[in-house]
Design a protein around this ligand. Sequence first.
Ligand SMILES: [Mg+2]
Length: 194
Amino acid sequence: MTVIAVDCDEVLCQTLDAVLAFHNFDYYGKPLTKEVMTDYYLYKIPQYNTTTPQEMLNYFAPVLEWEQHKTIKQVPGAKQKLTQRKKDGHTLKVVTWRPSKWRHSTQQRVHDNFPGLFDDVIFAEHLTHQAVPKSQLCKQIGATIMIEDNLDYCIDTAWAWITSFLLDYPWNRHYDPTIHTGISKVQRRDEISL
Ligand SMILES: [Mg+2]
């Protein structure tokens, strides 16, 4: 049996769509859409580099708390594909960048949207002083596969010899197959072969 680590935002849930809509596609006074995101870390994009990691966290906060959290939709196809993986006998665990201060809302929404699918939800506490690499968390839970949309996280897990699948999004368009042979970029979930 394989333990599969599954990222939450943009792999299970269309979080950015909800966050951007909540803020009327404005990021601290500048227009922002997914298409202009050359990096998931907004403060690394030249036009937004006057902002900070804390401001990015603050930007997500209103949506990742209780009521607005319900506006986040599932990524189409995710539930169907992962349900099949579960039926095949694999164990699924969510490994998310989110800080644990959003533990209850995150766990509740994962349960509501994907009942019975995931054994656990693990928080990497990124953008906080308690941040833990996803590679370390994957090792702790015995995960040998990671499904992710953030190239930086894939590089981290691939170097820990965790087979890493990178779902195609605007912010990982700078992916290069020579970065690491352990990373497979996929356009669709059908391309993920275990
Ligand atoms: Mg993500």
